[in-house]
Write a protein that binds this ligand. Sequence first.
Ligand code: ZN
Ligand code: MN
Length: 477
Amino acid sequence: MVEPEYVATIGLEVHVQLDTVSKMFCACRTSFAAPPNTAVCPVCLGYPGALPVMNRKAVEYTVRAGLMLDCDIQSHSKFDRKSYFYPDMPKNYQISQYDQPLCQGGGVEIDTDAGTRIIRLRRIHLEEDVAKNMHFAQSSGVDFNRAGTPLMEIVTQPDIESADEALGFLQTLKALMLYSGVSRCNLEEGNMRCDVNISMRPAGREALGTKAEIKNLNTFKGVQGALLYEIDRQADVLRGGGEIVQETRRWDVDVGKTFSMRIKEDDHDYRYFPDPDLMPVVLEPKEIADWRQELPEAPRARRVRFVEQYELPDYDAGVLVADKAVADYFEEAADLSSNSKAVSNWIMTEMLRMLAEREGAITDVLIRPAALAELIGLVDDETLNSNSAKEVFVSLFEDGGMPAALVKEKGLAQVSDSASIEAFVEQAIAENPKSVSDYKAGKTKAAKFLVGQVMRMSQGRSNPQLVMKALESRLAD
Ligand code: ZN
Ligand code: MN
């Protein structure tokens, strides 16, 4: 393989909205579906003199997330004011954490083509989200419902080396956040937004190149596209003898390019200073220890366990644990079934396909784990053939209920008694003399056709293996 001329160094800053009931510093509800400016109060509207009160739950969620990501939890931290002037920031400063964040260090293990890698974290701090600017044909408006929503900022070390690794990191991070239950991580709702820093340097050189920052990417695809574009752009500039400008760029998804927005501010332009209205955050070792105790099993550990306990292929286990709700569903059904591989198959194929088509969530699905386990039992004891089982699955998926009752009600039970099958076989032979002579002339395909005829006559309910056997023995005469 030819060594690449330039190598990329990438760091991410991921903003994750916390799924708390109320906002970071006031009692307003965190609600995005509400009509504009209906979940607001003097605090989150930035009225002079209004005093913030810290949401302790948001601190707890950030620490839980930090524990899940192997961070060092800081027993002392504080809030600072980050000054900037923009219509989405009513106070003209954002309450954030500067030099004493809640979590430091940590890392995320990701899978790459070359094996697993650890992407180290620098820190996680807690801050408040800003309002949302809305632009209309003749005017613009600001919706403050989002202002003050608790927001974690997760900052990586510049350990990422490609667009694919960035994507792998974000997918793994999302799974970990869903597992820890601190965020809904719904990208459409803007629960996760990402800034990326990227620089290029000649292969073999230690010192990092000048970086560009691309702000506010709200899809994983956007992160990947922007990085692929920047890697090419910066390498082209360097190859041509040019210099990279330190600047903030924006990703235009329609054009598939990044564009310069402004020369990057340095930290001191934000004039950080401790917020005098808020007490420092002090965490007791006991609290942190309790939250550590309550950590859920991490996806990687769960994957290994699924392979051992349920004898699943590693691939299946990986697909199932990627989403905590899917893995929970699997476990509940597999514990009620004697055929875990079948449970995994149904979930990975029919279930995930139908959920994707309907944009549904497995937590709301009407076919409950007990019903899926029962359905698999009916297939395994040959009450149902695979065609009828799919029909039952679709019906339960749409309307709920239990399979055994449905099979009885609709008469879907597989025909396995030899007398009925032999009668169908006789009829198929009588109606298809050409296929019979083909079969006798050695064309085994003709047998498949005859089985198909029997299945059709029995509305798909015959046991296909028994039909084949009956045919073979009848035509052997
Ligand atoms: Zn408020
Ligand atoms: Mn931030």
